[in-house]
Design a binder for this molecule. Structure first.
Ligand code: SF4
Length: 344
């Protein structure tokens, strides 16, 4: 009797995905198009998030230049060690030493063979645009993440917050989500066919340039700022205690003093303005404000875009909760799907 419990292994599914990538994307596009026709995206809010998935490829099957050099060095060290042991064995004349010499010679030959294979892989790796090579899963990449990093993928998704439908997805090899906001938001907008959309993401997406790119594209971004503040940790006033007065282009400090714009600098392509007040030295609040001669502030030329976003977030405190609920559901679905895929 035929056994119908056959299940495809991960390679079968991976090959299917690779060979039919275009068609799978087309199905997803048509599905989103259908949702659009059914007017399911009327709320025009998407939650963006990324999930890291470990590839079937394990670390030993992934090569970067640094890893390749390390492996070669380890092999060379082993060959040197065995050659030294072979020299010692050659100087002895008894039968045991002879057997040992044969074994050592075999080991040295195996290591040299491995070295030749590594050199071949090195040539392939150097030819890859990003100088990386993954043997089992060729698309997987070594990604820097918190901790030791992983070899795998960073799957970005934009999910409609009303019906929890994935409207855009992208597989990347980026170790962090910081550079993904605007591209995912733009893809979501195209897929939904709505000009004015709001894109919500958590604080790991907070990057001035990305939020500016959304603003310039007419997309309303909602991304909370990271809560880390060195000054607060030291018991000093944090930036929230200083109010920017747009009409005067200056900051008002907790002592009611004005911090005026002093100079402009350009760092990593960003134009920054620096503000301070000359009276800090004699201020009664100085101990709570700064250990330096004066408290200085730097402001990005496009900081107004970030300030406006903070105002929107203050007026919409439920935004992050909506985003969290949406992406948690989506991550559960994705993780289940990926686990099923890996386990065949
Ligand atoms: S130390 Fe300077 S910036 Fe701080 S509160 Fe006093 S005057 Fe204002």
């Amino acid at each position: 009797m035929a056994d119908f419990r056959l299940t495809p292994d991960f390679k079968t599914i991976a090959r299917f995905r690779k060979d039919n990538g275009k068609a799978i994307r087309s199905v997803c596009r048509h599905f989103v198009e259908l949702c659009r026709q059914l007017d399911l995206f009327s709320q025009a809010i998407v939650a963006i998030d990324g999930s890291k998935f470990k590839a079937v490829n394990n670390r030993d099957k992934n090569f970067t230049s640094a890893k390749m050099e390390r492996r070669k060095q380890q092999l060379e060290d082993s060959i040197d060690r065995y050659l030294a042991a072979l020299d010692s064995a050659d100087q002895e004349e008894h039968a045991v030493a002879e057997t040992q010499a044969i074994k050592l010679t075999e080991k040295i030959a195996a290591l040299k063979q491995r070295m030749a294979e590594l050199k071949e892989l090195d040539v392939k790796m150097q030819a890859a645009p990003d100088k990386q090579l993954s043997l089992t899963d060729p698309d997987a990449r070594s990604m820097k993440t918190r901790g030791t990093g992983i070899v795998g993928y960073n799957v970005q998704t934009a999910v409609d917050t009303k019906h929890h439908l994935i409207v855009a997805q992208e597989v990347t090899n980026a170790g962090t989500d910081r550079d993904q906001l605007s591209s995912m938001a733009k893809q979501a907008r195209t897929a939904m066919g709505i000009q004015d959309i709001t894109a919500i993401a958590d604080r790991v997406y907070y990057k001035g340039e990305e939020i500016l790119a959304c603003h310039e594209a007419g997309i309303t971004a909602l991304v909370p700022k990271s809560l880390t503040s060195n000054n607060k940790a030291k018991g000093l006033y944090d930036k929230s205690k200083f109010i920017y007065m747009a009409d005067k282009d200056e900051y008002r400090c907790p002592a009611g003093q004005s911090l005026s714009k002093r100079y402009t600098s350009i760092e990593q392509g960003k134009t920054l303005y620096t503000y301070w007040n000359s009276g800090c030295r004699v201020c009664a609040l100085k101990d709570q404000c700064t250990p330096d001669t004066e408290r200085r502030f730097r402001r990005w030329e496009h900081e107004a875009v970030l300030d406006a976003m903070q105002v929107r977030l203050n007026n919409m405190p439920e935004a992050m909760l909506i985003s969290k609920q949406t992406v948690e559901l989506m991550i559960t679905l994705l993780t289940t799907a990926m686990t099923a895929w890996k386990e065949g």
